[in-house]
Every structure is written in structure tokens, then in C-alpha cells.
Design a protein around this ligand. Structure first.
Ligand code: FMN
Length: 199
């Protein structure tokens, strides 16, 4: 019995060592630049450092701004019929992750650096952070509405970046094989990818 227990514990420990999900720190939901100033600074900029990465705290704040809960059951973005169909995939050098906005956690979906595969444009291939904005077609079957909801995410990311002095560009041009590389289920579709990083 003792031996069985020890084998189970060894397997459990090994599994936890390989599990590469990331618990994000709680988002900081106050402070930042005044809204009118952030709107004045909102812009597209395609210059990105290949080395300098956002901290996990910044990533948590960014994802919360993009699609986090700001009330017990509602989001920072409005969604048609409150469908809450948007799903964010975070592409980092250490792998790709699905943002679980309820648990404030990144669930690993690939161990590959998919940043180079996320774009036909060179600036995005070397940038260490791209975020794919996808949606769940079972929650919102009408792509027109999902596009509008993704627009809210995109603009929240733009405003957060303006507030932090970080560059960003949203991209509608997305390689067709990215959903497969991200292991997206059949019911999820990518609408946009946003490149985010320091100059
Ligand atoms: C839906 C959408 C798709 C876009 N797709 C791309 C793209 O694939 N590649 C790119 O470099 N910029 C893309 N852009 C960025 C636009 O070129 C940019 O927003 C526009 O030139 C205006 O500049 P501004 O954002 O600084 O106001 C896209 C913007 C939007 C809103």
C-alpha cells in the first residue's frame, strides 16, 4: 500500500512539473493614464523589440483590460446578447496559451513559439507577444456580432498600450494555418491577431 502511494505521488509530482499552465497575478484594476490622454495617444506602431518582454503583472493587466471580468458575471467589453464568446490566445516564446478569464490563468495549448507563424509581416514574427482574438461559434453563431465584440477587445488593448507606453498593431491578415497550430477546436475561429511589445 505504501509503495502504491509512493508511485502515485511520484507520478503526480512529475505531472505537475510538466504542467506549464501559468497562474497570473491578480490584475491591477486602478491607476494608469487618464482616459482622454490615452485616447490622444492611441496609435498603431510597428516597431518591436525582439528581447524586451512584458512582465506577468503587465500581461495580467493587459488581458483583464482586453476581456476580463469587471463585475461578477460581466466583462470589460460589451458582447452581443452578452454571449461572452471571445477567447484570447497568448503567443509567447515559451509556448501558446488560452486565457481563462474566470480563473485568471493561462492554459498551455502548445509548447512552440508560434509568434513567427502568427504573421506574414516580419515585425510580428520576432515580437515576443502576439494575442490571437478568437470566438466561440456555439456561443455566438453570427460572425458579424463576433467581429464587433472583437473590436472592443482590440480597442481596449490599444488604450492599455497607450497608457503603458507600449507599441501595438492589430492585424486582420492572419496565416490560415494558425488555428491548427494553436490546436483550436472546430467551434473556434480567429478574427484578429494583435502584436504588442516595447520598441
Ligand atoms: C480590422 C483591422 C485590421 C488591420 N489589419 C492590419 C494588418 O493586417 N497589418 C497591419 O500592419 N496593420 C493592420 N491594421 C492597422 C491599420 O493599418 C491602422 O489601424 C491604420 O493604418 C490606422 O492607423 P492608427 O491605428 O495609428 O490610427 C488593421 C486595423 C484594423 C482596424
Amino acid at each position: 500500500m505504501k509503495k502504491v502511494f509512493s508511485v502515485v505521488m511520484t507520478i503526480a509530482t512529475a505531472a505537475s512539473l510538466f504542467a506549464a499552465d501559468i497562474d497570473l497575478p491578480a490584475p491591477q484594476t486602478s491607476g494608469g493614464m487618464p482616459l482622454m490622454e490615452a485616447l490622444s495617444k492611441r496609435k498603431t506602431d510597428r516597431k518591436f523589440s525582439a528581447d524586451k518582454q512584458l512582465t506577468l503583472q503587465q500581461l495580467s493587466n493587459l488581458l483583464w483590460a482586453a476581456d476580463g471580468f469587471n463585475r461578477p458575471d460581466k466583462l470589460t467589453i460589451p458582447t452581443a446578447r452578452n454571449s461572452q464568446e471571445i477567447i484570447l490566445y497568448v503567443l509567447r516564446p515559451d509556448g501558446a496559451y488560452r486565457y481563462d478569464n474566470r480563473a485568471n490563468r493561462l492554459i498551455q495549448v502548445s509548447t512552440e513559439n508560434l509568434n513567427p507563424a502568427s504573421s506574414m509581416q516580419d515585425f510580428a514574427k520576432t515580437c515576443p507577444l502576439n494575442i490571437a482574438i478568437a470566438y466561440d461559434t456555439t456561443k455566438m453563431p453570427m460572425e458579424r456580432f463576433a467581429n464587433n465584440d472583437a473590436g472592443g477587445v482590440m480597442q481596449n488593448i490599444y488604450l492599455w498600450c497607450a497608457s503603458e507606453g507600449i507599441n501595438t498593431v492589430v492585424r486582420g491578415m492572419v496565416p490560415p494555418d494558425l488555428p491548427k497550430l494553436l490546436n483550436l477546436p472546430e467551434n473556434e475561429k480567429i478574427l484578429l491577431v494583435q502584436t504588442i511589445g516595447y520598441e
